[in-house]
Design a protein around this ligand. Structure first.
Ligand code: PMM
Length: 266
């Protein structure tokens, strides 16, 4: 999954693709680089980010989704917490809803998701973006994230979302310390065993800067991003959400070839 942020303030690429033409070019370049899926977002969810009005978010994402649809028929998700944005995006051609609030932001999120009949990505977040990084605390973070996500999946199914349309995502960096993010990554297999496909997104995130010195800027976190994507894929993640598509496809292809060689050598 290649990331197309149409925002002035995302943590790693804010402002770079803020107009529809630039976002379209970026999305098509990600497809060319090997992305199987594009994720278009118009509201930054980085810690402390200012909320965006529904109208502003729609004005950012709809032209991009419409433009991508004219050039590419592959799957495109809308990254939003707002049901009205998700609905308009799907009407404009989006084929999935990526919700960092796991369909809990709005009273009608579950109902709208069921009506849209597209895959939904339920991501775990503790708290809300403005304050989520203020001393997040868990007992066993992996167990808590798994339990919360399974409860959201059950709520989605009860509302009418088809089970095969439900994805889970541990929400790396969303109300989590670096220790929490490491535990969730190292034990991702426990979430993958829950019976739903798993999406994993750690590309260029803060945890990489915390583990390297001196802390690199977001666009200098490729090595860490690849290490995390490989770890997720090795444990069964079905998709990784990344900025650096070409490099990630290459790393995953080499890893898959190594896995195949190890099996055939036995
Ligand atoms: N991370 C960000 C935004 N949306 N959605 C899902 N499902 N999983 C994530 O990890 C995730 C997300 C923040 O990263 P960005 O600002 O680079 O988009």
């Amino acid at each position: 999954m290649g990331i197309v942020n149409v925002t002035p303030d995302s943590f790693s690429d804010g402002g770079q693709h803020a107009d529809a033409d630039a976002a379209l070019r970026h999305g098509l370049a990600l497809v060319e680089a090997g992305a199987d899926w594009l994720d278009v977002g118009g509201e930054s969810t980085r810690p402390g980010a200012a909320p965006v009005s529904e109208d502003d978010e729609l004005a950012r994402v709809l032209p991009v989704i419409t433009a991508i649809r004219r050039h590419w028929s592959g799957p495109v998700s809308i990254d939003t917490m707002k049901p009205r944005v998700a609905r308009a995006a799907v009407e404009a051609g989006a084929s999935g809803w990526n919700d960092v609030s796991a369909l809990s932001h709005s009273h009608d999120s579950l109902e709208v998701a069921a009506a849209l009949k597209v895959p939904v990505f339920l991501m775990h977040m503790k708290g809300a973006p403005p304050t989520m990084q203020d001393a997040p605390a868990y007992g066993d973070v992996v167990a808590e994230v798994r339990t919360t996500l399974l409860a959201r999946a059950r709520a989605a199914e009860a509302a009418g979302v088809v089970r095969s349309d439900i994805w889970l995502d541990p929400g790396i960096g969303f109300g989590k310390t670096t220790a929490h993010n490491l535990a969730l990554t190292a034990r991702l297999s426990e979430l993958c065993a829950a019976g739903y496909p798993v999406l994993f997104g750690a590309s260029r995130k803060r945890m990489i800067a915390d583990l390297d010195a001196p802390a690199p800027a977001p666009d200098a976190r490729l090595g860490g991003s690849l290490a995390l994507a490989l770890a997720a894929a090795a444990q069964g993640a079905a998709m990784v959400r990344v900025h650096d598509v070409r490099e990630t496809v290459q790393a995953l292809s080499v890893q898959a070839a190594l896995d195949g060689a190890a099996v055939s050598a036995r």
